[in-house]
Design a protein around this ligand. Structure first.
Ligand code: DGP
Length: 114
C-alpha cells in the first residue's frame, strides 16, 4: 500500500499528540475532533481498510480495539461510555487509508449516525 499521514506519524516524521502506545498500536488525538475526547488508534503495521483485512489480521484488529478500551478505562471514560468507529471506504467516510479506530467520548452520542 502507499504511505499515509498516519505512517508518517507512526515513524515520528510528522508531529501528533500521541496519548497511547504499545508494541503494535499507537493512539493519537484527531486533528479535527468530533467530541471532547477524540483519539485515533492505529496498528503500526499498516492495513489500508477493514475490507482488506483477512484472518491473519484478526489478532491485530483485536489489539487495536483493546487498546482503545484500555485507554478509555485509564482515562475514566468507560463508565459513562464512549463510541468506537471504523470508517471503511467512500460511503463509510474513510479519508485516510491506514485502518484506524476512532474513540469518541466526553459527550452523549446520537444514534443513528448521519
Ligand atoms: P476517517 O475519515 O475515518 O478516515 O478519519 C480520518 C481522521 O484523521 C479524521 O478525523 C481527521 C484525522 N486526521 C487527518 N489528518 C490528520 C493528521 O495529520 N493528524 C491527526 N492527528 N489527525 C489527522
Amino acid at each position: 500500500m502507499g504511505d499515509t499521514i498516519f505512517g508518517k506519524i507512526i515513524r515520528r516524521e510528522v508531529p501528533a499528540d500521541i496519548v497511547y502506545e504499545n508494541d503494535e498500536v499507537l493512539g493519537f488525538r484527531d486533528l479535527n475532533p468530533q467530541a471532547p475526547v477524540h483519539v485515533l488508534f492505529v496498528p503500526k503495521k499498516a492495513l489500508p481498510t477493514l475490507d482488506e483485512a483477512g484472518p491473519e489480521d484478526a489478532e491485530l484488529l483485536g489489539k487495536v480495539l483493546l487498546a482503545a478500551a484500555d485507554y478509555a478505562r485509564q482515562q475514566g471514560l468507560a463508565e459513562q461510555g464512549y463510541r468506537t468507529v471504523i470508517n471503511c471506504n467512500e460511503h463509510g467516510g474513510q479519508t485516510v487509508f491506514h485502518l484506524h479506530v476512532h474513540l469518541l467520548a466526553g459527550r452523549r452520542m446520537s444514534w443513528p449516525p448521519g
